[in-house]
Design a protein around this ligand. Structure first.
Ligand code: NDP
Length: 237
């Protein structure tokens, strides 16, 4: 069966594990060419094997997203090779320490803002011209429910996700009336390394696996998605 993702060029950040990895595999299986970004080369290579096994194709980009000129170079290389970007899944993120805001160290704050906010701003800034060249450019940024919860000790992470949401909704409003649609995903608690780090006492098997989220993510990245400027939450049945 033909898939709406066939032949699309889709970039996934944080593709080495968790939600990003599951999404990259699902996209590859659905016929997209996946540009997979993360720091862990071993994780990217395993992902490549899995995508190939499903009959898909990928380009691996080992990159620390705090390397902002590296983001610009990646966009230039993608522009040269394909002339467009059809979808961007801005999924990479860090949790940082769960601690009162007054106990946060400068280094932890800087890392949270650098990865969760600034890198995503640099991504949309670098890829905007290529997304506009797509027949149906789609951007989906991954936030968290805590961005709107005022939860003690989660401040650093929550503040960074609230900023990411405002960045994404502002960009969506600026693109109103274009073929590029831009949305935010709240995945909800998902069985990944980050969740285990946040909730060490929790039984991971009570949570949905990342694979459960991929139908919703692929729907939001597909040309058929007519939403823009919206927050979409995953609900586990
Ligand atoms: P994981 O920790 O499993 O994966 C995080 C991914 O981000 C990894 O692939 C990691 O790759 C990548 N990453 C982190 N820092 C960098 C960096 N500096 N440069 C490049 N890549 C980086 O987390 P999840 O899959 O759980 O999280 C995915 C997204 O979902 C995150 O934005 C998270 O905030 C959000 N989320 C997750 C929830 C959950 O319950 N799991 C709930 C709500 C939101 P590498 O280390 O190889 O660079």
């Amino acid at each position: 069966m033909d898939s709406p993702h066939t032949g699309r060029i889709v970039l996934v950040t944080g593709a080495s594990r968790g939600i990003g990895r599951a999404t990259a595999i699902a996209l590859g299986k659905a016929g997209a060419h996946v540009i997979a970004v993360a720091r862990t080369i071993g994780g990217l290579e395993e992902l490549d094997d899995d995508i190939k096994r499903e009959g898909g194709t990928a380009t691996l980009v080992p990159l620390d997203l705090k390397d902002y000129p590296g983001i610009d170079r990646m966009a230039a290389a993608i522009g040269e090779r394909w002339g467009r970007l059809d979808a961007l899944f801005g999924n990479a993120g860090v949790l940082g320490p769960l601690t009162p805001v007054v106990h946060l160290h400068q280094k932890a704050w800087d890392e949270l803002m650098a990865v969760n906010v600034t890198a995503n701003w640099r991504m949309i800034r670098a890829f905007d011209p290529l997304l506009r060249k797509s027949e149906a450019g789609r951007v989906l940024m991954v936030s968290s429910a805590v961005a709107r919860m005022n939860r003690p000790y989660w401040g650093g992470y929550a503040i960074s996700k609230a900023a990411l949401e405002m960045l994404t909704f502002t960009y969506a409003a600026e693109l109103n009336g274009t073929k590029v649609h831009v949305n935010v995903l709240n995945p909800g608690p998902t069985r990944t390394r980050m969740r285990a780090e946040a909730m060490p006492g929790e039984d991971p098997m009570t949570l949905p696996a990342p694979e459960e989220l991929t139908p919703l993510i692929l729907e939001m990245l597909s040309p058929a998605c007519d939403k823009t400027g919206e927050l979409v939450a995953f609900r586990w049945p």
